[in-house]
Design a protein. Structure first.
Length: 469
């Protein structure tokens, strides 16, 4: 099994820093199922290629299985694992390039954060569903894909194609993203997971999928294939991805799954949320708006695209999110006049910051539940006490609705510090409104359930005394 990663970014040998593997050395890593070797077939200023070769020892592989494993048979010793890139390869890649996958690189952090020209080649890759599926998985991530089905036997073309393809993908991608995408997509293409799946598989998928899987058009298929038949895990993963992605409606309440018509179009919850908050801002005829905790900028994109708003800002505590948001709204490509209208910056809502002030409206969409309860009062002071826009719109999950998400036995997102019932949200909004001189109205967003309400709850805070101070 062989995979090569090449770059023409100059100096190309910086690839060695990004991978944390020196281009002049051949390094071996012992693994439970074989040996991984990293080496560089070429390393010049113009072009550098790193190769990861995995030699699987079928005997060791069979022995590394748990006792009593159900399929103890000859197939464990005689199989394609030794020469076909597969899920084992992903495991190996995950371990050998774990630091590179995390995106950390002390000596070249800027480069690690930057998309660079990359070319990844895998000569033999098991690919269930044929080359088309490789296109569907890699192209939405910005790769140019060449996937060529390998014949069963060169000398007997009439026998047709095997289930293997030769894959070459090229694109300008952050190295960490490329490695994480491969880490998830190789076993997904192979679709034959060999190791037992524990509950932490979902966490692993979330980590490797960060920044690309939640918004991937084939997210559901990828998740299903990655987690295989483990239906419960799959549902949890889909719920969590949907929240990040961020459309919870993808995860259907169990009872509805059967009766739903397959062609019935549903508007994802995040889209409904964006539309609802957007409408509130338009109805209030605000001219300037700041999206506090803007994340990767999905809603911000809509704000920027609305000419009624003469000034639009986005802030987030995460630098990565601010970068993603800037890329999404194409800040760099904007004309000077356009760019003057838009302001993006890194800032924490728990600290007073002049930049939060001076807007007609502020939006905190799915943000409060990420704030530690002990810090929530600080956020209230900063937003309602100091920034004091005429209108504040807050959305947050309705925890009562979670029961309708089958198998979701925790919060909708691991980073949620709490989720409120409608009553709890109401108590909080009333308290904030009366403390800071706002009137408040509570609404719901998304499909309504008689007992449990709507999946998202929203509050509109209107400042009682207008800007006469
Ligand atoms: N508003 C976006 C993102 C929601 S996720 C959306 O609706 O899609 C929550 C976001 O809040 C994350 O991007 C997180 O970085 C940000 N956040 C959490 N605590 C914050 C704080 N104290 N200050 C600023 N942003 C914060």
């Amino acid at each position: 099994m062989l995979l090569t990663v090449a770059t023409t970014h100059r100096p190309a040998t910086d690839l060695g820093y990004l991978l944390h593997k020196h281009p002049d050395r051949v390094q071996r890593f012992d693994q439970s199922f074989g040996t991984a070797t990293v080496f560089y077939p070429e390393a010049s200023e113009e072009r550098c290629t790193a190769a990861l070769m995995l030699e699987v020892d079928p005997v060791r592989l069979a022995r590394s299985r748990r006792k009593g494993s159900p399929d103890f048979s000859l197939a464990q010793y005689v199989n394609d694992r030794p020469y076909a890139a597969s899920s084992l390869f992903a495991v190996s890649m995950g371990q050998v390039f774990s630091t590179a996958r995390s995106g950390r690189c002390d000596s070249r952090q800027d480069l690690a954060d930057t998309p660079i020209p990359l070319e990844v080649t895998i000569p033999v890759l098991p690919c269930r569903g044929g080359p088309g599926i490789a296109h569907r998985f890699f192209e939405p991530l910005g790769w140019t894909v060449e996937a060529e089905a390998l014949p069963l036997d060169d000398t007997f073309p009439e026998w047709g194609d095997s289930r293997y393809v030769r894959l070459r993908i090229t694109g300008t991608v952050r190295l960490a993203d490329a490695l994480n995408q491969l880490h998830v997509l190789l076993p997904v293409l192979d679709e034959s997971k060999h190791y037992w799946q524990g509950p932490d598989e979902v966490d692993k998928l979330m980590r490797s999928g960060e920044g690309w899987l939640p918004t991937h058009p084939e997210r559901d298929l990828i998740t299903r294939r990655y987690l295989g038949r483990a239906g419960a895990l799959r549902r949890v993963a889909l719920a969590r991805l949907a929240e990040l992605g961020d459309d919870l409606d993808e995860v259907e309440p169990a009872a509805e799954e059967e009766v739903r018509q397959p062609d019935e179009k549903r508007v994802p919850l995040n889209a409904q949320r964006h539309a609802a908050v957007h409408q509130v801002l338009l109805d209030a005829q605000v001219r300037s708006v700041i999206d506090l905790g803007c994340g990767s900028g999905q809603f911000l994109e809509r704000l920027v695209g609305t000419s009624a708003f003469t000034r639009v800002a986005g802030a987030d505590v995460s630098a990565r999110s601010v970068q993603q948001a800037a890329a999404r709204v194409r800040l760099e490509q904007m004309s000077e006049r356009q760019a003057e209208r838009v302001h993006l910056f890194q800032g924490a809502l728990t600290y007073e910051d002049d930049r939060f002030g001076g807007f007609d409206a502020a939006v905190l969409m799915e943000v409060v539940e990420h704030v530690d309860p002990s810090r929530l009062e600080a956020v209230e002071r900063v937003v309602w006490g100091t920034a004091r826009p005429d209108l504040v719109v807050v959305t947050t999950p309705n925890s009562e609705y979670n029961i309708l998400y089958d198998e979701l036995d925790g919060p909708r997102h691991p980073d949620h510090r709490f989720e409120w019932t409608r009553g709890e949200f109401s108590d909080w909004t009333q308290r904030v409104a009366s403390t800071y001189g706002y009137a408040v109205e509570q609404r719901g967003i998304g499909e309504s359930d008689t007992d449990h309400g709507q999946p998202t709850q929203m509050a509109l805070f209107t400042r009682k005394e207008k800007q006469d101070d």
